[in-house]
Design a protein around this ligand. Structure first.
Ligand SMILES: [Zn+2]
Ligand SMILES: [Zn+2]
Length: 784
């Protein structure tokens, strides 16, 4: 696949006589591990220029010389024709003295390059490789591990940096002669493709089911497809771990998957075949896509996109019961392309893990841990060095927002406005754990790990923490952790032997936004989530913090209430509803039936009934009061169901209930949720009083969202009157709720606030590790 020079010899001869010029370019952005240097090499040959290209401190430096006109044309297409997986940014373009070289060469990395390591991300299978995969004449026809310099696994196969084949999971696959030729030819699109492989020398598939074993990629694939067509569940090893897969149109298969995985209602992601001119025809059969969502689905991370379900559609209702949205993704590895193309319809593709744990990566582990779930195993023999779940995104407020970092999207790299003079590691909170590392002006955030409750969770966590430091060549000298003393990450930090710095949960949320949108101006950050330990010993979750990293002050919150059963309430929304009912004296007969008399007495005495201001629990209460969710089988279910009720009604179409706002003795503005209860709790008795005699459940859900958004804006206005603050951040899991987030943003913007919503990191606890870094760096500086 050599690119033929487009310049004809006569013209070259004429131009050789023309005066020569030289240019030098510095290119930043995503240019590592994406075939950018070979691209420059081919481009220079195409334009018959001499010079060189090399890696330099994570950037690419180019020197090219030749006739001025050709040099200009070369400069014009340098960025525009770059490989699809690259995202180059021009940092500098200068004229340079002539070096009079006789050819164009790829130079070894400059000596300081290792100081500035960029770990490349896993890349989706590029269009050229997909085309080859289906080309009967190609030697990699239907080869499940086809890749090139622009695509294939990266982060999940790298053992050590620099990113060279001996440092990857491919090291023990010796290249055959033909692969070796491609690897060594600068004009080949597989020049220096580190995971290069072919059917003769590379990894292969094998199948295991009920003691039987089938070797060979094509036979294993056929066995897997037969199982899927029979409605069975398979575990398939992919890029960052195993998926559990079954026919997404087969209600029976999905019910079996749900009962075996003890996951009665949590929505399951589906993978759809790549089809049609833009590849999205399969996706459009199951979800409705806006232009922005279509772009998000095809983006380089190839994420799971949460989008509106197409109804009626071909999928079983039980993929996402009771919800109007669905997580959908495109095939991103050659194996997935083959599976989906052969199957010809959507497959459920959910993480192959035990609930809350990191995704399983190794064959023996999969067969041991997923034995009760999968009927068969589609394995391969290319090791996965560290797990990476599929990333998840959702369009909120006109932008694509990550809900989970993972394969292809992490490690996320963020430039620090304040230098980390002491290399710092941060370990996150309790759930949705990520690990983050800061040194100098850089911070990196790992893919989603999960919870640390299980042994496997803790093992993966320890490995990722170690790997991040090793890959980037940085040793942490202190560890930031959640201030909650009982979290596993807190214990790990304290046992590490390094100085451990506790960070309050909601200050970490606020600092995460401040770190993503650095500014000298103060920030008012709403940190609404489930529960986190607050500095007054109560469980926060509805706070507004004012200030800057290292110096936050709580300025607004909600009326506190006691939560019967404490943290159990997260899975039992009826407890939150009962708490509000008891606290405000408004009867909720259904709640009393779910409770027992002892609970009331314990609550009255404050036994196992911690005080909270959590908005997440207000969502739970609303869902229970409206009768849509009394018990949640997964975190956030009540809020998701409540949001699903809104349907297609435009945000803010319901008139809000006026939520009283008053200052407490400490000067904190507090909104009183009690005003919301009549509209939620008892439709028979109280609706007329609320002016809602005919309101449906959907309208009352709408009213709840709308009232919260207005209460938020009222708090912001009250704080602005006193302090003049103009920047408002929205952080915490509650703001994954699109209706609330968009309405709050609109109200704030209408009042002239600058509104900041997380864009590079999730709004949920996945960003806590990064926030802990920002907070720890700022506090360290103040002390210094
Ligand atoms: Zn490719
Ligand atoms: Zn080969």
């Amino acid at each position: 696949m050599s690119a033929a020079p487009e310049v004809v010899p006569e013209r070259v001869a004429q131009e050789r006589a023309a005066p020569h010029a030289a240019g030098r370019w510095r290119i930043g952005g995503r240019v590592q591990g994406v075939g950018f240097r070979p691209f420059i090499y081919r481009l220079a040959h195409e334009h018959a220029l001499t010079g060189w290209v090399r890696n330099h401190g994570g950037e690419v430096e180019i020197h090219a010389e030749g006739p001025a006109e050709r040099l200009r044309r070369f400069g014009d297409v340098l960025l525009s024709r770059a490989p699809p997986a690259a995202a180059p940014q021009l940092l500098r373009a200068l004229r340079a003295p002539l070096e009079h070289g006789d050819e164009f060469r790829i130079l070894a990395s400059s000596s300081d390059a290792e100081l500035d390591v960029r770990v490349p991300l896993d890349l989706f299978t590029c269009d050229e490789c997909v085309a080859e995969l289906g080309d009967r004449a190609a030697r990699r026809y239907r080869y499940p591990f086809i890749n090139c310099t622009q695509c294939g696994p990266r982060y999940t196969v790298i053992r050590a940096m620099p990113y060279d084949r001996p440092n990857t999971a491919l090291a023990h696959f010796t290249l055959c002669d033909r692969c070796q030729d491609e690897y060594g030819d600068p004009l080949d699109r597989r020049f220096h493709a580190q995971p290069l492989a072919c059917p003769d020398c590379g990894p292969r598939l094998y199948w295991r089911a009920a003691g039987a074993s089938i070797e060979g990629s094509e036979a294993a694939l056929a066995a897997a497809l037969a199982a899927l067509r029979e409605g069975r569940i398979i575990a398939a090893r992919g890029v960052g771990g195993y998926h559990l897969m079954c026919d997404a149109a087969n209600e029976h298969a999905i019910q079996r998957l749900r009962s075996r995985k003890h996951r009665p209602t949590k929505p399951l992601a589906v993978m759809v075949p790549w089809s049609g001119p833009d590849g999205l025809e399969g996706a459009r059969r199951v979800v409705r896509l806006t232009a922005l969502e279509a772009a998000a689905l095809r983006a380089s991370a190839r994420p799971i996109l949460i989008a509106a379900r197409a109804l009626p559609g071909p999928l079983a209702e039980s993929v996402a019961p009771g919800l109007r949205e669905l997580g959908v993704m495109l095939p991103y590895s050659p194996l997935h392309h083959l599976l989906l193309a052969d199957f010809g319809a959507a497959l459920v593709a959910t993480s192959g893990n035990v609930s809350g744990e990191p995704v399983v990566t190794a064959p023996e582990e999969a067969e041991a841990r997923l034995a009760h779930v999968a009927d068969g195993f589609l394995h391969h023999d290319r090791p996965i060095i560290r797990p990476a779940d599929d990333p998840v995104v959702r369009v909120i407020g006109g932008a694509v927002r990550p809900l989970r970092l993972g394969r292809g999207s992490a490690p996320v790299e963020i430039e620090l406005a304040r230098r980390a003079t002491v290399p710092t590691l941060a370990v996150g909170a309790f759930s949705k754990i990520t690990v983050a590392l800061a040194w100098g002006e850089r911070a990196v955030v790992s893919p989603h790990i999960g919870e640390l409750v299980s042994l496997r969770g803790r093992q993966v966590f320890a490995q990722v923490a170690e790997d991040l430091q090793r890959l980037y060549g940085v040793r942490a000298q202190r560890i930031a952790h959640d201030a909650h003393p009982g979290f596993p990450g807190t214990r790990w930090a304290r046992e590490s032997g390094l100085p451990a710095h506790p960070v309050w949960h909601h200050e970490a949320h606020a600092a995460a936004i401040a770190g993503e949108y650095p500014s000298e101006a103060p920030l008012l950050c709403f940190t609404w989530d489930g529960l986190g330990l607050g500095s007054d010993g109560s469980l926060w979750g509805g706070e507004a913090l004012l200030g800057r990293p290292g110096a936050w002050r709580r300025v607004a919150s909600w009326r506190p209430f006691r939560l019967p059963g404490g943290e159990r309430a997260a899975r039992e929304p009826w407890r939150s509803a009962l708490a509000l009912s008891w606290e405000s004296g408004l009867p909720w007969p259904q709640g009393e039936r779910l409770s027992d008399p002892l609970l009331r007495r314990a609550w009255e005495r404050g036994l196992n009934a911690p005080i909270t201001t959590s908005v997440g629990r207000l969502f739970d209460a609303a869902a229970a009061l409206l009768g849509v969710c009394h018990h949640a089988s997964h975190e956030g279910e009540a809020g998701m169901r409540l949001e699903a009720l809104l349907g297609d009604a435009p945000a803010g179409s319901a008139a809000p209930v006026a939520v009283p706002l008053q200052r407490d003795a400490d000067g904190v503005w507090r909104s009183d949720w009690a005003a919301l209860l009549p509209a939620l709790a008892d439709p028979q008795a109280d609706l007329a009083a609320a002016g809602l005699a005919t309101a449906s459940v959907a309208e009352r859900a709408q009213l709840f969202h709308s009232s919260l958004a207005h209460a938020l804006c009222a708090q912001a206005l009250a704080v602005r009157r006193e302090t003049g603050v103009e920047r408002v951040g929205l952080s915490g899991g509650v703001f994954q709720n699109r209706a609330l987030c968009e309405q709050a943003e609109a109200l704030l913007a209408a009042e002239g606030f600058e509104v900041l919503i997380p864009r590079r990191l999730p709004a949920n606890d996945g960003a806590i590790s990064f926030g802990q870094l920002i907070e720890c760096i700022a506090v360290g500086e103040e002390r210094a």
